[in-house]
Design a binder for this molecule. Structure first.
Ligand code: SAM
Length: 187
């Protein structure tokens, strides 16, 4: 009986932790945790040819599904930023189980430097996309790619848009090269 009560108490504390951290996470970020489909991630990796020489950041990495799959499929160096505690802890647990080398950072991605990444991925919400766009242009090196699911940047024109099954879109943006960088175009 005592053991049963202790187990029930632990379950209740666990559920309370998930509810509280989801609520606080939403208050802070204004973005709920919703996962990208596995098939969408597979499509992105294949279509863009992401490989082991690449550095891939997931802005708001949730339970780590995207970073772990990108790492597995491509061998890229992956990093995820996530503010909500329970999804971040779940991602840490998955990292241990999978023996992944992903870097998982429990920080606000707006306060981090993105210049290492040549791919950034964002499945976020419309009110944030203007700030994400500005930071992508400010931080990322020319030629870097932003992969944005469903909610496009307000100003930049995508270089490609993919319509995926189940009515989802992937917008691809490239950080522009300076106009006078002396490059010779090879056709
Ligand atoms: C829609 S979910 C996407 C999760 C994952 N990227 C995927 O596609 O499966 C967005 C996540 O971004 C996180 N998030 C939103 N704003 C953030 C910020 N400024 N810093 C860190 N994480 C943030 C939220 O907590 C949420 O878990």
């Amino acid at each position: 009986m005592m053991l049963f009560l202790i187990v029930m108490l632990l379950v209740a504390v666990f559920i309370l932790f998930i509810i509280t951290s989801s609520f606080l996470g939403f208050i802070i970020t204004r973005v709920p945790f919703v996962s990208t489909y596995k098939g969408d991630i597979e499509f992105i990796v294949k279509k863009l040819g992401i490989n082991s020489a690449d550095v891939f950041y997931d802005l708001g990495s949730g339970d780590g599904k995207v970073v772990f799959l990108v790492e597995k499929l491509s061998g890229a160096k992956v990093k995820g930023f996530e503010l909500t505690w329970w999804t971040h802890l779940l991602a840490q647990l998955k990292k241990l189980i999978r023996r992944s080398r992903a870097q998982l950072v429990n920080r606000n991605f707006f306060k981090q430097n993105w210049s290492d990444a040549n791919y950034i991925y964002g499945y976020l919400y419309p009110p944030l996309m203007g700030r994400v766009e500005e930071k992508f242009l400010a931080d990322c090196k020319p030629g870097s790619i932003a992969i944005i699911r469903d909610f496009p940047f307000p100003k930049l024109k995508p270089v490609e848009v993919y319509n995926l099954p189940k009515k989802h879109e992937i917008y691809i943006y490239q950080a522009p090269f300076p106009k006078s960088d002396g490059r010779i175009k090879v056709s």
